[in-house]
Design a protein around this ligand. Structure first.
Ligand code: GLA
Length: 675
């Protein structure tokens, strides 16, 4: 359990008192108490303050901050400060500076700016983590280590290039194997010496960020850079663990952030934490899906909401204020999906530089008489009252949607068949259909144990890794329902096409063969025409982006295309396989079709919605010791009514008992306790 040391939903966030004088900090303590803040993330970006040259370290100011917070009984999420290197280091040791995609050597500036393969960066980051852990190892208030900050970005410098070759040697063993995996006989690319291999960027194989001549090298470079940053994380983690083996270690992730394979990262982290910054028009279902992905990184373990803004952001094109009630609502949305902390960036707004217009619990005016502060203080009180009731409660979803970073990289790097194909969007379409019907859903990796689920949906599973097809076959044979879509089963883990007909290794379980893949022009659509009514699905629906032209082998045809030269050929098939069945959706359908499809699949498998609610009223469940906690969240700006069911349930937030028709206020939240 995350919150062992003080068992309640931790409440607080990033705090940078090194930017302020002592009097301000005094005032902060008073206001933290008013707001019910009990955890502070400190020392996130202080490397330059701690270390002014190679040998001098000054922690006295940090001692002060830690003592102040300790006096107020505020717990510490202590960061290691390695998310931005000091200027002196860049000047003296240019190897810490990255080379960008265009091949330009960067100068000092920004943050998240260190080359992960820089010997200097690694040396000093390791020393710093070790010194922090040694100094504060016995401090009772430290509840979490926060390594670096939002790891990300790629580097293309000479050190990375050299290290890439070492990484490749480990992966492939011989150049012969590498040449085969990358299909280098194409365009005369055969490598005879490891040193002939260069980093793939705008100077070599790539352009526009994700267009490439060779998917093999580009895919491997993404794996390698993700691994390189992970090495940096592991190096600091191991230093911290040397001194404090019992303090958990995390680093703040970013949901669907494209560049790092978080499933691989999560294996190295004690606790997953992430920063949730939806914009005002992000679909609520997208945020819910991102939370569930973060929960899925460690197979359902609760996670930390490490950052969110209490008010506005500063880095989006339009930084609308969170409307009254929205901060609370979105905080509970995180908790509903598995967060055991509610934390902000930031506790006090900074006075200068690019984040001065980023919202904070304490705004520039400096006192507590603001709407944002009042809302924060009310939530603080409420979380205190909740105590440890829902801590460590889990999801018991019977439906899962798969997501895979390597699949995403390979898809995005693929030249053709359509730039309109967006993996995350396709995944979201299916998640959204489940969300709208209040079907509790997990987001899982391709390695997850499938036997927990009744329905597994793997949209655009383009890359099939070793062993995956067999696991799907076993899952279906044992009675599961598996769904995949167009452009699936095309390549292996090296982006080499599986010959003998798409969907390659999935052909057996899907019972179909895809002969052609047609990309539709913008604005063009085809039709999904049901052969006969199926549950709520009847008549026709639109579809687009890609249309696989398929042949049913052992599968039964449920719907066919309504137009074009493949009119009358299958677009939706069902294949009975052992005790279960698999569905192939050969194009990207409209939302109505997906609603109907999901309803039918859940019905067939006996998976019930958590509740029936009107549009915009979200429901999610956490379960602990046989008790279910049903979070009902009204995203609408007006009061709504819903059917809470016949049994009497207590709302943990108001203490009221409800049943039958219930009303929920605009942007309101209920946590219904059900035995
Ligand atoms: C990220 C960072 C923070 C801060 C916020 C602003 O999440 O981790 O340091 O920059 O964004 O939204």
């Amino acid at each position: 359990m995350i919150n062992e040391k003080f068992p309640k939903i931790w409440y607080g966030g990033d705090y940078n008192p090194e930017q302020w004088d002592k009097a301000t900090m005094e005032e902060d303590m008073r206001m933290f108490n008013l707001a019910g803040i009990d955890v502070a993330t400190v020392n996130v970006f202080s490397w330059a303050k701690i270390q002014r040259d190679e040998v001098s370290y000054d922690f006295t100011w940090l001692d002060d901050i830690i003592e102040r917070l300790t006096k107020e009984n505020i717990y510490l999420c202590l960061a290691t400060s390695t998310g931005a290197h000091p200027a002196w280091m860049a000047k003296k040791y240019p190897d810490v500076l990255r080379v960008d995609y265009e091949g330009r050597k960067r100068k000092f500036g920004g943050r998240h700016n260190s080359c992960p393969n820089s010997p200097t960066y690694r040396k000093y980051a390791k020393i710093l983590a070790g010194k922090l852990a040694e100094r504060y190892k016995d401090h009772p208030q430290i509840v979490m280590w926060h390594v670096s900050n939002e790891y990300g970005g790629y580097c293309y410098c000479d050190n990375c290039e050299k290290q890439f070759r070492v990484w490749l040697k480990e992966r492939y063993g011989t150049l012969e194997a590498l040449n085969k995996a990358w299909n280098t006989s194409f365009w005369s690319h055969t490598f005879y010496d490891w040193d002939e291999i260069v980093a793939p960027n705008a100077l070599s194989e790539e352009w526009s960020g994700n267009r490439t001549n060779f998917q093999g090298i580009s895919l491997d470079y993404r794996r390698f850079q993700s691994d390189s940053l992970l090495e940096c994380f592991k190096m600091e983690r191991d230093e911290l663990k040397r001194w404090t083996p019992d303090i958990p270690v995390t680093t703040n992730l970013m949901g669907f952030y494209p560049e790092l394979d978080y499933f691989k990262w999560a294996k190295e982290m004690d606790v997953v934490s992430w920063d949730n910054y939806p914009s005002m028009d992000t679909p609520f279902s997208f945020t819910a899906m991102a939370h569930n992905l973060m929960r899925g990184l460690k197979s359902g373990q609760p996670f930390m909401l490490m950052e969110q803004t209490p008010g506005v952001q500063n880095w989006q094109p339009y930084n609308s204020a969170k409307r009254p009630g929205v901060m609370r609502l979105w905080s509970y949305q995180a908790v509903a999906h598995g967060a055991d902390t509610v934390m902000f960036f930031q506790l006090r707004r900074s006075v200068g530089a690019c984040e001065k217009y980023h919202g904070a619990v304490i705004e520039h005016v400096g006192h507590e008489h603001t709407r944002v502060f009042r809302e924060c203080a009310e939530l603080g009180k409420e979380l205190q009252q909740l105590g440890d009731t829902i801590l460590d409660a889990r999801s018991e979803a019977k439906v899962a949607v798969m997501y895979d970073w390597e699949n995403r990289w390979a898809l995005e790097l693929s030249s053709g068949p359509s730039i309109a194909l967006n993996y995350v969007n396709e995944v979201h379409k299916y998640y959204d259909a489940l969300y709208k019907q209040n079907i509790q859903t997990d987001m899982i990796s391709v390695e997850e144990d499938l036997s927990k689920y009744k329905v597994v949906i793997a949209p655009v599973m383009y890359m099939v890794k070793p062993g995956f097809a067999e696991r799907v076959e076993r899952f279906v044979a044992q009675g599961g329902t598996f769904v995949t879509t167009f452009f699936s089963g095309i390549v292996n883990e090296n982006d080499l096409v599986t010959l003998g007909g798409y969907p390659g290794e999935l052909r057996n379980v899907m019972g179909i063969w895809a002969e052609e893949i047609d990309a539709l022009l913008p604005g063009h659509q085809n039709e999904i025409v049901l052969r006969q009514d199926w549950g709520g699905l009847r008549g026709s629906y639109s579809c687009g982006i890609l249309c696989d032209v398929i042949h049913a082998e052992t599968a039964e045809v449920l719907a066919e295309y309504g137009a074009d030269y493949y009119k009358g050929t299958p677009v939706l098939t069902r294949n009975k396989f052992g005790n279960g069945q698999s569905y192939y959706v050969a194009s990207s359908p409209d939302a109505d079709f997906l609603q109907g499809l999901i309803a039918n699949l859940c019905e067939e498998q006996g998976v019930k919605p958590l509740l029936n609610t009107p549009d915009g009223v979200e429901v999610a469940e956490r379960v602990k010791n046989g008790t279910s906690y049903l979070f009902v969240m009204n995203h609408n700006a007006e009061e709504m009514t819903f059917d809470a069911g016949a049994s009497r349930q207590r709302d943990l937030l108001t203490g009221k008992t409800i049943s039958g028709q219930a009303t929920i206020p605009a942007r309101g939240v209920m946590i219904l306790e059900r035995a």
